[in-house]
Ligand binder design. Structure first.
Ligand SMILES: [Zn+2]
Length: 431
């Protein structure tokens, strides 16, 4: 074993676990989590302090959308500013980020450089360019004065065939998800105005057929489609079209009725609250908090995402602000940490990070087995094994967890492989 962290209190990506733990690491992978001290080349005594997975921010914009206006300024941003921003994330404990819309080829280049080790920073997931209705947000708002960057960051189209082609192109470039902006009025409905500092323009959302084509094509390529929304009607449309996530959620007024929540649960979709934006929209806090609380209490997966962009505050620190605001919305701190680790990883479609466990791939395996209807129970609380055995006329004699199992059986056999705390052996006798 290369590294062990001993005597740590553990938040494992879903909850704080009882007692003190030792976590063993080989290379860059956790290989054991248990209560016995793990010996390794390098040992760290946590002395009762907390060990938790790195934080995940599921909504950021990494490149500078204000200063980058052409090839030259882009090259300067990539060379001089981006490495600093990436460091800021690490310094705040943020080890995974999702770019929810950046200049497509540039952000994919940053991702490649991070993967190859040429750049140091958090794991980067990227959606590439985002889909939006022509003449809407953000091309006519944020990028109104910067068409060069806008055209690299947004795909404006009202043609179902065109958007399908664009999704295929993004899939070939191996983006991690598809991002759609669905904000504005219906062509035949009430006019909708986008209002922000110095901006007041009428915008339209995507035609339903276009929205459906993007989501459908994304799913054909096994990509999730996550949708920027502000209002309830647009969110319902997006979810009815099969969206896998709402970025920002419902900000304009409190949810009325259960339709949004029903659809979020039906689609197993995520809600990414981006409360950091309250820095600009303080008046919206009560509505945003109330909607988030309702969605979270209903059991919808909430993935922490700040919507941090350049020019305001510091990357990483803004992610911490997001956790504080989530607590301000009435969510228990332990739940907020889960939103920023285990649930965020699930939103990103990976269980290779975001948790402290020694069986990578376990969650996927559980889902597969559950789908096949196997007669085998995962997630049984060890304290209820006795009750579980009763109907079979069996009485529990001993229940051995990973640490005991390792000490009793594996260590004497000189086996290097460890058994995790969640793999248990129960001995029972016939009553
Ligand atoms: Zn954003």
């Amino acid at each position: 074993m290369d590294l062990s962290i001993n005597n740590a209190r553990l938040f494992d990506g879903s909850a704080v676990r009882e007692g003190l733990f030792s976590v063993g690491i080989i290379g860059n992978k956790i290989t054991s989590v248990g209560s016995l001290t793990a010996h390794a080349g390098k040992e760290i005594n946590a002395a009762g302090r907390f060990l938790m997975p790195g934080l995940i921010d599921c909504h950021i914009h990494l490149l500078n959308m204000w200063t980058v206006k052409d090839e030259q300024t882009m090259a300067a941003d990539l060379e001089h500013e981006v490495p600093r921003r990436l460091d800021d994330f690490l310094a705040a404990g943020v080890t995974t980020i999702k770019s929810a819309g950046d200049s497509e080829d540039d952000i994919l280049r940053v991702r490649a450089m991070l993967e190859s080790g040429e750049l140091r920073g958090p794991r980067l997931f990227a959606t590439g360019a985002a889909f939006a209705a022509p003449g809407s947000h953000p091309s006519s708002t944020v990028y109104a004065q910067n068409p060069w960057l806008g055209s690299r960051t947004i795909i404006e189209s009202d043609s179902p065939t065109e958007v399908r082609d664009a999704v295929r192109r993004l899939a070939e470039k191996k983006v991690n998800a598809i991002k759609i902006v669905h904000q504005g009025g219906c062509k035949h409905g009430e006019p909708y105005f986008f209002r922000a500092e110095g901006i007041n323009i009428q915008i339209h959302r995507l035609e339903r057929a276009v929205l459906e084509a993007i989501v459908d094509e994304a799913h054909k390529h096994e990509l999730t489609a996550t949708v920027h929304t502000f209002e309830q009607d647009a969110a319902i449309e997006a979810l009815e079209a099969g969206a896998d996530g709402l970025e920002h959620g419902i900000m304009e007024r409190e949810l009325d009725g259960d339709r949004v929540i029903e659809l979020l649960l039906r689609n197993r979709a995520s809600y990414v609250p981006t409360l950091w934006l309250l820095a600009f929209e303080e008046h919206a806090a009560a509505v945003r908090y109330a909607n988030l609380k309702r969605v979270a209490d209903a059991g919808v997966r909430v993935a922490l995402g700040s919507d941090t962009f350049c020019g305001y505050g510091k990357f990483g620190e803004s992610t911490l602000v997001e956790t504080e605001r989530t607590v301000a919305a009435g969510i228990a701190p332990e739940k907020v940490l889960k939103m920023a680790t285990g649930d965020a990883a699930e939103h990103l479609g990976s269980d290779a990070f975001g948790t402290i466990a020694n069986i990578p791939g376990a969650r996927r395996l559980m889902t597969e087995v559950a789908k096949q209807g196997a007669p085998w129970i995962f997630g049984l609380d060890p304290r209820s094994i006795g009750e579980y055995l009763e109907p079979f006329h069996l009485a529990l004699k001993a229940d051995v967890g990973g640490a005991d199992y390792n000490a009793r059986y594996l260590t004497p056999m000189n086996r290097k492989l460890a058994v995790s705390e969640c793999e248990r052996i129960a001995e029972a006798v016939v009553r």
